[in-house]
Design a protein around this ligand. Sequence first.
Ligand SMILES: N[C@@H](CCC(=O)N[C@@H](CS)C(=O)NCC(=O)O)C(=O)O
Length: 200
Amino acid sequence: MPKITLYEFTPTRSKRVRWTLLETGLPFESRNDPTLFGSEELRKIHPLGKLPAAEIDGQPLFESAAISTHIADLAPEAGLISPSGTRDRALHDQWVSFALTEMEAWLWSSALNTFVLPEEERNQSVFEQNGRFFERGAAALDAALAGKEYLVGERFSVTDIVVGYTVNWGRQQGLIKDHANLNTYLDRLIAREYCTLGDG
Ligand SMILES: N[C@@H](CCC(=O)N[C@@H](CS)C(=O)NCC(=O)O)C(=O)O
């Protein structure tokens, strides 16, 4: 059994990792603490002092998608991911990269310029462009979900955990109203016992 410590704070992308851990049933310790941001303790795990981060068998790992993917790999019996080299694994990598770069990056830019950066560093002119580019990615994902319940292999997987977080963030920003498939997909994910998306 791997020894896992999750550095988390509930209303952040650490939800992805907690959800993955709960789906696998792997035991883990939690450091859930907003004072971790930027701290010396956290910088030993994440060079930018960001959350989430994890220590797995004494080794640091950061980036929510990478940690979630690795945890899914550590618990093959949970059936959350296909092995390396398979077509389904390539599709996992595809949709994770797509969600993070073509969708979530625009949401993060808007968040930075709304409440993360100090007021004097915020740039209001990014919002319209961020919304437009997010919308382009959301429309493509909506089309890909037509007639499908999950993104990869016709069953729930860690891909849905990573991508579902991004879609939920878009919903919170009022950006997926016109996308029926995304809304149905997200409701399906939220109905799962261990889903963390509603945790605050
Ligand atoms: N791409 C990273 C994003 C990590 C990140 O930016 N986390 C935010 C909370 S959701 C954070 O630590 N913010 C504090 C900061 O930017 O200094 C991931 O998915 O783990």
